[in-house]
Design a protein around this ligand. Structure first.
Ligand SMILES: Cc1ncc(COP(=O)(O)O)c(C=O)c1O
Length: 394
């Protein structure tokens, strides 16, 4: 096994010293060693990929679809994505030059941030937020600016946004919005999105709108930021959550052609193109009636799970913003228990063998909360709530 020349350890991009591995993964690894632990930590759908989608991937392989595709993805999938966005959210994107297929939404986040940022640029991040945006911003030379939304039911208000813009001015290159939100499950109404768009329209801030959970919205219809501010928005979506296809690694981004052309450079230099069989599967998922029905069926199951976990946690004394989408519950630890969320999550894992994510992993405003992913079977969730009830009763 080769050992690195010690002096090479200081040869890396200095910005790597400023980032840490995912706190969610770190906590997940820590508690995985506990025997019989029941984990509701990762945002990973528990469903299998529907058969007709698997068949499309298999067909792509047996048909020798084994050569490089266009860098921005197969035209079949780009058309499927464009039609999906038009059909669900009345958006008008051309498959030819306004959509890029990415390796999961993760690559889209990397591609957009690293394409936009120059050293010293700032990125507005309303928190608590999916943590990935933070290290990608830092490695890209940027500086995250957190806006704590916990005082406003986890919704960024136009006033908060205006104040951040007044404070940081022209240094702000982008804002990342994610709704329905990981970790809170909170989403935005049309009026709330429109009000944010009205503030942003007068600026040169690019809106990176991560709407990967758009299809998992329970009570109200999802509206897209691109409906209100298309000229400034890069929209992110994909099939990881809508079709339980996390391991296929297919996402996409959409935006005005001139911006997408720039993004296509980093995308091409980084990954060349996504995997053909996975793209064929994603095209099947997005373009067929069966694919639409798959999501509706999964959503129905998630909704029943949400209702069960939400009701149980409320009855145990947690304060929980009612999740309107995604598959997470973000709950404030009641008074009288360990108030440090890391200590609480560790104690719960050790004593009653239930693993949840400490809220502080999601940035300012998450302290004192825990995140539960309810993308698990009802049987697992019933056992999890029994363990949580036992812990809280002591
Ligand atoms: C808000 C958000 N964006 C992006 C991703 C990453 O999606 P993908 O698996 O498609 O890369 C996740 C995954 O948990 C997420 O919660």
């Amino acid at each position: 096994m080769p050992k690195a020349k010690p002096s090479l350890l200081s040869s890396f991009n200095n910005r790597l010293d400023l980032v840490k591995p995912s706190a969610i993964r770190a906590f997940d690894n820590e508690v995985s060693a506990i025997p019989d632990i029941l984990k509701l930590t990762l945002g990973e759908p528990d469903f299998n990929v529907p058969e007709h989608i698997k068949a499309a991937a298999i067909h792509s392989i047996t048909a020798n679809d084994s050569h490089y595709s266009a860098s921005n993805g197969t035209i079949a999938l780009r058309k499927a994505a464009a039609n999906f966005l038009a059909d669900r959210y009345q958006l008008d994107y051309h498959a030819e030059n306004e959509i890029i297929v990415t390796v999961g939404a993760t690559e889209a986040i990397y591609t957009v941030l690293t394409s936009l940022l120059n050293v010293g640029d700032k990125v507005l991040l309303p928190t608590p937020i999916f943590p990935l945006y933070i290290p990608v911003t830092i490695v890209g030379g940027g500086e995250p600016v957190f806006i704590d939304t916990s005082t406003n039911n986890f919704v960024l208000s136009p006033e908060m946004l205006t104040a951040a813009i007044a404070e940081h001015g022209d240094k702000i290159k982008a804002i990342v919005l994610n709704f329905p939100s990981n970790p809170t499950g909170v989403t935005y109404t049309a009026d709330e999105i429109k009000a944010l768009a009205d503030v942003l329209r007068d600026t040169n801030i690019v809106v990176i709108s991560d709407e990967i959970y758009s299809e998992l919205t329970y009570d109200e219809k999802h509206v897209s930021m691109a409906q209100y501010l298309p000229e400034q928005t890069i929209l992110l979506n994909g099939v990881s959550k809508s079709h339980a296809m996390t391991g296929y690694r297919i996402g996409f981004l959409a935006g005005p052609a001139e911006l997408v052309a720039k993004l296509g450079l980093i995308h091409q230099f980084t990954i060349t193109t996504a995997t053909n069989s996975a793209m064929a599967a994603a095209a099947e998922a997005l373009s067929t009636e069966a694919g639409r029905q798959d999501t509706l069926d999964m959503k129905k199951a998630y909704q029943a799970r949400r209702d069960f976990v939400y009701q149980t946690m409320i009855s145990l004394g947690f304060v929980v913003p009612k999740p309107a989408g995604a598959f997470y519950i973000f709950a404030k630890i009641p008074a009288g228990y360990l108030q440090d969320d890391v200590a609480f999550a560790r104690d719960l894992a050790q004593k009653d063998k239930l693993a949840v994510v400490p809220g502080s992993a999601f940035g300012p405003g998450g302290e004192g909360y825990i995140r539960i992913s309810y993308a698990a079977s009802m049987a697992q969730l019933k056992e999890a709530m029994a363990r949580l009830s036992a812990y809280m009763a002591r």
